[in-house]
Design a protein around this ligand. Structure first.
Ligand code: AMP
Length: 396
């Protein structure tokens, strides 16, 4: 048995799960939240108990120190030497990474120069990596990239129709995101005998992927996670001239508008209520017009991608709903499915759909031309699997 740690470091949080591999058993999990603040939280879930402390955690180094101290203090491990590998989630791997890589100085440098493509996460990932490297200098680390799964796309799927030299000289192209999740869902989909899969990872950030024989052929997010379908606070795809037009109308500059497209649009911007679909759904069902149009807009955009990926794949064997909304919201699943059911020959058990939250269930009826399933995603286990694979191959 090997103990491996899966880590997801954000700018103000550090989430972790310690696994026993190859059993894929979660030994403990938790997070440090509000890093940088005096009232930060450290949470450890172990043996059915939740330990939670509020205290100052001013940086990622302190968060990692608290975690490692807690592991021995609460008897999760006898010694930190038991940890054989630390796997870090990294959102943007650019053109450099089509699979996981050893997290060494070269990987660190490449992630650093990719920062303009992921200003929200890249430096936070590096802070998380450096904190573990300094605390556990003998333990190897790997980087697992959200973009890696999408590197199998061909040029006609990933290039933008801009002057070619911009794509060539600035690597300006579609990279996609949520690849680790789509990869997990592709593997789960194969358990149903599906070869052509449309996976819908729809949560606060949302993306769809068209998967053929385990490989991604198309995905909805673009250069950054702003592209694709509408999301909690992000616009998704729009006519690019919206930027220029609104700059003229509002007097705001490109950077201000870009920020609004990222942080104040989507469900939040259209509904004027919340970025969280639980709130929007409640307001929608209570008769709020803006909330209702936000729901319809979201469903239509997801449905449009499903339709286009159905064509892209030459048909589909399985549509998967996953992530926060996909796993937990019968309402949004139904809105989306009603939009595509006729064209795709779907037969959905909507009564069953109403009962499905956070568990794996086939919600299509046996006569449906395309199967439709709700499958909870698991990005952390993919990180743990990559760590274990490298340990077994003796690569680290
Ligand atoms: P994620 O980013 O995958 O963690 O998804 C988080 C989002 O999923 C939340 O912001 C909500 O919009 C949505 N969500 C989570 N739980 C539910 C639920 N029970 N019903 C509806 N939407 C939910």
């Amino acid at each position: 048995m090997s103990k491996v740690m899966a880590v997801n470091a954000g700018s103000s949080s550090l989430k972790y799960k310690l696994y026993d591999m190859p059993e894929e058993k979660v030994i403990c999990s938790g997070m440090a939240d509000k890093i940088g603040h005096d009232d930060a939280k450290f949470i450890l879930k172990y043996n059915g108990e939740k330990i939670e402390n509020t205290l100052p955690i001013l940086d990622h180094t302190k968060a990692v120190a608290l975690l490692l101290e807690a592991l021995t203090k609460y008897g999760v491990v006898d010694s930190l030497d038991e940890i054989e590998c630390v796997g870090h989630r990294v959102v943007q791997g650019g053109k450099y990474f089509s699979k996981s890589a050893e997290f060494d100085a070269d990987t660190e440098h490449k992630i650093d120069i990719l920062t303009p493509l992921d200003p929200l996460h890249a430096q936070a990932h590096l802070l998380g990596y450096r904190a573990f490297r300094d605390a556990l200098p003998k333990v190897p680390a790997i980087a697992v990239f959200d973009t890696a799964f999408h590197q199998t796309m061909t040029e006609e799927d990933y290039l933008f129709p801009i002057p070619y030299e911009y794509s060539r000289d600035f690597d300006c192209r579609r990279y996609g995101a949520h690849g680790t999740s789509h990869n997990y869902l592709a593997i789960k989909g194969e358990e149903y005998g599906a070869k052509r899969i449309i996976s819908c990872h729809i949560g606060s950030g949302s993306s769809l992927a068209a998967i053929n024989n385990g490989k991604c052929v198309a995905t909805s997010m673009g250069l950054t996670p702003l592209g694709g379908v509408m999301m909690g606070t992000r616009t998704g795809d729009m006519d690019p001239s919206v930027m220029d037009y609104l700059a003229t109308c509002t007097g705001k500059d490109v950077h201000e508008l870009y920020d609004i497209f990222n942080k104040k649009s989507g469900f939040l911007g259209v509904s004027g209520i919340s970025n969280d679909t639980r709130d929007v759904e409640e307001a929608d069902l209570g008769g709020n017009k803006q909330a209702h149009i936000a729901s319809l807009l979201f469903a239509r955009r997801v449905a449009d991608y499903i339709g286009s990926y159905f064509v892209r794949l030459g048909g589909a064997d399985l549509i998967i709903f996953s992530a926060g909304i996909g796993e937990n919201s019968p309402y949004y699943r139904e809105l989306i499915l009603r939009d595509v059911e006729e064209a795709l020959g779907l037969s959905i058990d909507y009564e069953l759909n109403k009962t499905v939250r956070g568990k794996e269930v086939m919600i299509s009826k046996p006569d449906s031309k395309v199967k439709v399933a709700v499958i909870p995603t698991d990005e952390e286990v993919m990180i743990a699997r990559d760590c274990y694979k490298r340990i077994k191959e003796g690569k680290i």
